[in-house]
Design a protein around this ligand. Structure first.
Ligand code: FMN
Length: 182
């Protein structure tokens, strides 16, 4: 089965998560590739879809939302997983990602629209040197700086474990490839 991991990423860290998931699915014998949500990926030939977005101001990036909405009929007929990259880790060892306030605004409706199997939140990354002017300016505000610490907080172990869960689900007997396989 071919799987596409569609990503929306402003500064690249979410794209790298998508590429990592594709690589790990490949190690489990699945044919997987990462594609940007921007240039309108063609879902023809893909039996399952993972969609991930960076989170800004509590929202998924517009191109990820558009991608899901535009393709909702096709996606609703395939196994779909969603992930969000963000928040940043505020304290060392802080691993709580189950706070409902961390769920981007659009996610409940998107889950419903495509009957997504799961939405997973991963810690993201922030490199101040890469930030666009408006984000750099925002980060100068004391309140913003406190919740936007510099660092790469991506937990590759938990991302790999999730990729393995997806591989297991897709390789379990009885899943229909690319048609209503929930
Ligand atoms: C200006 C700014 C606002 C952000 N707002 C949020 C937010 O509301 N919620 C969240 O979980 N993460 C937020 N983040 C963290 C980003 O989601 C995180 O840095 C993510 O890994 C960026 O992904 P990208 O490199 O693919 O763009 C914000 C980051 C910046 C720079």
């Amino acid at each position: 089965m071919r799987i596409v991991i569609v990503h929306a990423s402003k500064y690249g860290s979410t794209r790298e998560i998508a590429e990592f998931i594709a690589e790990k699915l490949g190690h489990r014998g699945l044919e997987a590739e990462a594609q940007s949500a921007g240039p309108v990926p063609d879902l023809e030939g893909f039996g399952a879809v993972v969609v991930g977005s960076a989170v800004y101001m509590g929202h998924w990036m517009p191109e990820a939302v558009d991608f899901v909405q535009r393709n909702r009929a096709v996606l609703a007929d395939r196994p779909v997983w969603l992930f969000s990259s963000g928040p940043l880790q505020l304290a060392p060892g802080d691993s709580a990602l189950d706070d409902p306030e961390l769920v981007p605004t659009e996610i409940p409706a998107l889950i419903e629209a495509v009957h997504a199997r799961e939405h997973r939140i991963f810690f993201g990354a922030l490199d101040p040197a890469k930030l666009a002017f408006k984000h750099r300016a925002l980060r100068k505000l004391p309140a913003a700086r406190a919740i936007l610490p510099e660092g790469d907080f991506r937990n590759w172990h938990s991302i790999e474990a999730w990729a393995n869960d997806i591989a297991r689900a897709l390789q379990s007997p009885g899943i229909a490839v690319g048609s209503g396989g929930r």
